[in-house]
Design a protein. Sequence first.
Length: 243
Amino acid sequence: MKKILVSIAFLIGILSISKAQNTLVQESTFQFGKENYPAWVGSVENGELAKDAYEKYVEKKLSLNAKKGDDKHILISRKVSFAQVSANKRGDLLFFIEEKDDNKNGKLDIAMAYAFGYDIVVNSREYPEEMKKLETVMKNFLLFYYEEAYNKEIKVIEEKIKDLKRDVDKNKSKAKSLEKDNERISKKVGKAKPEDKIKLEQEKVNNQAEVQRLNDSNGLIEKQITEAQSQIAAIRTKISALK
């Protein structure tokens, strides 16, 4: 049980470090494999989660499929009709996810570009309208990513709460059993020989002490559950703020 309490406390400590709901992106030249393209660039904290979120995002929100490019950091939707950016030109939607960089305080680069052809890439100078629309797509993905991240955090906390509630139920069951045992002992004391009464009374005292310990432990666990539930409520507020 102590291990579970430490785990939930550690988890709450991590979650108390607020994730920046920073959906700001900037236009920059970014390297996709061997090529440098104009792109919208942002950052995330979890590259693996960003990859999973992006694959879900393009499928659910854009009705596209994203496949790995020659570079494992790149996901590409090839030769697609992408009305969210251009109503009449097909192209490749490219997305880059940095795997790991220990020099960026936990931040990982992500970038999005849309290429009509090998050397025709959406940019603000030649395609200002399309580039602005691509910015919206990138920002919407970041919102989707944070929502996925927050929901994942909620699931982790909910599982911890289930474990803690099981411990509470076990403690209550054991305490109830000990109290019944004391009732049984009380009946025996009246009929017991003098030399046995001291032993029986001590057994009752020991049982009652254990009941008290279990109740005290449940009080601590209930406090952890309340704190975890408050954390879930705070995360749900963050999710609502994203929408």
